[in-house]
Write a protein that binds this ligand. Structure first.
Ligand SMILES: *[C@@H]1O[C@H](CO)[C@@H](O)[C@H](O)[C@H]1NC(C)=O
Ligand SMILES: *[C@@H]1O[C@H](CO)[C@@H](O)[C@H](O)[C@H]1NC(C)=O
Ligand SMILES: *[C@@H]1O[C@H](CO)[C@@H](O)[C@H](O)[C@H]1NC(C)=O
Ligand SMILES: *[C@@H]1O[C@H](CO)[C@@H](O)[C@H](O)[C@H]1NC(C)=O
Ligand SMILES: *[C@@H]1O[C@H](CO)[C@@H](O)[C@H](O)[C@H]1NC(C)=O
Ligand SMILES: *[C@@H]1O[C@H](CO)[C@@H](O)[C@H](O)[C@H]1NC(C)=O
Ligand SMILES: *[C@@H]1O[C@H](CO)[C@@H](O)[C@H](O)[C@H]1NC(C)=O
Ligand SMILES: *[C@@H]1O[C@H](CO)[C@@H](O)[C@H](O)[C@H]1NC(C)=O
Ligand SMILES: *[C@@H]1O[C@H](CO)[C@@H](O)[C@H](O)[C@H]1NC(C)=O
Ligand SMILES: [Zn+2]
Ligand SMILES: [Zn+2]
Length: 629
């Protein structure tokens, strides 16, 4: 099945240039760049038209720099091949449709614009992460945006958002519970809330809330959500009843603190429509906290564009004018609101289908200029610099671990090759350990570029070591780190909570893709998939009525992975002294483990030194230069 689909994709790659755009938009088209102008394979269209309501929303979240879309031909990447220029054209056409239908259409983003691709992270030394890619974000007509945790790891990034990003949105870049300290003065990074009217005259009160994140840099502040809802400014902001509350925020719609905000508003306004647009856990999710509210979360990495419609009543002031509102101040409509939601695969086929456009009438000059600008940025950052050619796909969860197709197995193999380059300790036997969470994205067959290196391994961690560890002790460390015992499991849970607070979402995302895979197996798996001609992608099961996915898919294979991985142990005597090398992110845990698997010596940070100047972000490139050339 996989093999067949791959062959199909490769056969379809040819088309890149020349459509009926007779003029400017296509001129100066850069043939050197690998970005595909059109889907590289025939894409399945969406299953059905969108349901429009009186108020409609397009939602993005956790884009993490993926503004050039997903450019690989391995499945399901072509599903997400739309770039931000295509998205801009889509937004233009949707705005026109909304005008024609005489309804509201809002555009909302829930944060995490930093960290994830070369466009955000491939800047030259001295630059600021995502400063350049955010210039394209700023071109889109967002009505409301919320700050994400990835805007807060580095003070300069937050400062850039405050000084250069927020002003563009005139008070609609929201950071209700997030401040930055500048010259000793603490102030919101954006605005705490916004009140505005939609085109159709609906009064909106909007907030932008960040989950209880603790990994923020010095001179930035994240106030716990529970404390935020007790603030006097909060009470004042929600006091007057709008036509709807729009709660954007970088906080998952399930299993987090949205109910605190929701209940605080419901205590004052029992029936006012509340729309929640969440993010952060990188999944597609939807639920309703009551019949006059819906909460939507729209995935990650521009693999999803969210859609919500709500059959809201006419704006209050109009109802009053028409004598429908009898002075209760709450409106006459107390019935459940009809909502719809949809998770779109961002690609031109989806965009064209929902805007009634064809391949040749879809692009706008504005959209094309964004695409061209992004391609130019990719060139400036030299993102298509090739380290080598990946012989096949290496995936995090689609292949069993260990195996030749596992990215984790590849990293185990790559560490001893890359980290010993120009290293005086290269000849000392060693074991090298890292955490699987340091890997963020699969590697696909074909050119392995600077951009691919940054998407696969975006965290600039360094490597440390303890010398002269008896081989038998070093060998016991990995199994202990991945520990199966009850003590280890308890520690895992508190470690998990700690990692969550610091912003690590891998576990939650993996639970989601594992669940869809298991469900599919139960429902008949491969056979059903073939009969329905389903292509690979996300298969969402959420708590909202009806089917959420816009294009039906079969789930990707899922294999679970350990939290920690290591290079092969050297063949030496048990008591031979070797180097125990590990990524700095796990230093505290690792020292604890070394002290638990032996009692001859108490190891401390004083025993730890830097092993190499090479960073985790460089490891795969150095490996590829040697092994894939
Ligand atoms: C879109 O246009 C390109 C360029 O002419 C062409 O190669 C491709 O087949 C077209 N796709 C569709 C779906 O018509
Ligand atoms: C998604 O990926 C599949 C392969 O799994 C491909 O066949 C399909 O055409 C892609 N696009 C869409 C829109 O489904
Ligand atoms: C932050 O930015 C300022 C100027 O923009 C620069 O001087 C400083 O070195 C940067 N700090 C870091 C830690 O990058
Ligand atoms: C925080 O800001 C203050 C002044 O605004 C400055 O003195 C201090 O060094 C900053 N702290 C850090 C860790 O950057
Ligand atoms: C955030 O800034 C506002 C405005 O300057 C200030 O009143 C508030 O105390 C700050 N909040 C925190 C948690 O520092
Ligand atoms: C209204 O919505 C709520 C929550 O979704 C549901 O429990 C209730 O049954 C609905 N009421 C009607 C009349 O549909
Ligand atoms: C994995 O790769 C190795 C080395 O290339 C090869 O010898 C082995 O047969 C492969 N294993 C499988 C299951 O393909
Ligand atoms: C290793 O040293 C050589 C010679 O100085 C240099 O060209 C190369 O870039 C170095 N490699 C790494 C990965 O630092
Ligand atoms: C699946 O594809 C085959 C061949 O294109 C077609 O004959 C069949 O009707 C399709 N089945 C469904 C359920 O769409
Ligand atoms: Zn994110
Ligand atoms: Zn996040």
């Amino acid at each position: 099945m996989r093999f067949l689909l791959t062959t199909l994709a490769l056969a379809g790659v040819a088309a890149a240039c020349g459509d009926d755009h007779t003029h400017d938009a296509r001129d100066g088209h850069d043939h050197a760049h690998t970005k595909r102008e059109f889907p590289s394979s025939p894409l399945a269209p969406p299953s059905r038209p969108l349901t429009w309501g009186a108020l409609n929303i397009l939602h993005t979240t956790d884009s993490h720099g993926w503004l050039l879309g997903h450019q690989k031909t391995s499945f399901p990447e072509p599903n997400y091949s739309g770039d931000f220029g295509d998205f801009a054209s889509f937004v233009s056409h949707m705005k026109e449709l909304a005008l024609k239908k005489d309804v509201d259409l809002l555009l909302v983003d829930s944060g995490d614009l930093h960290d994830g691709t070369g466009l955000s992270d491939g800047y030259a030394p001295g630059g600021v992460d995502a400063h350049a890619s955010n210039q394209f974000f700023k071109e889109l007509p967002y009505d409301v945006l919320a700050i994400g945790n990835h805007e807060l790891y580095i003070y300069n990034n937050t400062l850039d958002m405050h000084q250069n990003f927020a002003p563009r949105f005139n008070g609609r870049y929201l950071s209700s519970n997030v401040n930055i300290t500048i010259d000793g003065v603490s102030k919101p990074v954006g605005s705490r809330f916004a009140k505005f009217k939609t085109r159709k005259g609906r009064a909106v009160t909007a907030l932008g809330v960040l989950y209880d994140f603790t990994g923020n840099d010095k001179n930035t502040t994240v106030q716990p959500v529970e404390a935020m809802v007790k603030e006097a400014w909060f009470a004042a902001a929600i006091k007057d009843e709008p036509d709807l509350f729009l709660l954007a925020g970088h906080m998952p719609v399930s299993r987090d603190n949205w109910p605190l905000v929701f209940n605080a508003i419901r205590a004052v306004h029992p029936i006012t429509p509340i729309i929640i647009l969440g993010g952060h856990s990188h999944i597609r999710d939807c639920l309703q906290l009551d019949g006059r509210s819906m909460s939507l979360e729209s995935g990650r990495y521009m693999e999803t564009v969210g859609w919500m419609s709500a059959d809201l009543a006419a704006p209050k002031h109009e109802r009053r004018h028409e004598g429908e509102d009898h002075g209760s101040g709450q409106g006459s409509d107390t019935k459940n609101i009809t909502f719809s939601r949809r998770y779109l695969d961002p690609n031109r086929v989806t965009y064209e289908y929902h805007t009634g456009r064809g391949n040749f009438s879809f692009d706008t000059a504005w959209g094309r200029s964004i695409t061209k600008g992004l391609e130019k940025l990719a060139k400036t950052f030299d993102l298509s610099f090739e380290y080598g050619t990946a012989p096949h796909d290496f995936t995090i969860n689609q292949a069993p671990y260990p195996s030749n197709d596992s990215l984790l197995s590849l990293v185990e193999q790559a560490m001893p090759i890359a980290l010993t380059v120009n290293n005086t300790r290269a000849s000392t036997p060693n074991i090298m350990i890292t955490n699987s969470g340091s890997l963020r994205f699969d590697i696909y067959a074909g050119p392995f570029t600077k951009n691919d290196q940054l998407t696969a391994s975006p965290f600039a961690d360094s490597f440390l070591y303890i010398p002269n560890v008896p081989a038998v002790v070093a060998k016991a460390v990995l199994p202990a780190l991945n520990g199966a015992g009850a003590d280890e499991r308890r520690r895992d849970e508190s470690m998990e909570a700690e990692l969550w607070a610091r912003g690590y979402v891998g576990t939650r995302y993996r639970e989601w893709i594992e669940e869809m895979y298991r469900r599919d197996v139960v429902e008949g798996g491969e056979a059903r998939r073939a009969a329905a001609n389903l292509t690979l992608g996300y298969v969402t099961s959420d708590a909202c009525p009806g089917v959420g996915d816009d294009t039906p898919h079969a789930p990707l294979e899922f294999h679970s992975i350990p939290d920690f991985i290591a290079s092969a142990a050297p063949a030496v005597a048990d008591d031979a002294p070797i180097d125990l090398i590990f990524v700095d992110f796990i230093e505290t845990q690792l020292i604890g483990i070394v002290n638990s698997v032996q009692k001859d010596k108490v190891f401390t940070t004083a025993d730890v030194s830097q092993y190499t100047d090479i960073l985790a972000t460089e490891l795969l490139g150095i490996f590829a230069q040697q092994a894939w050339n």
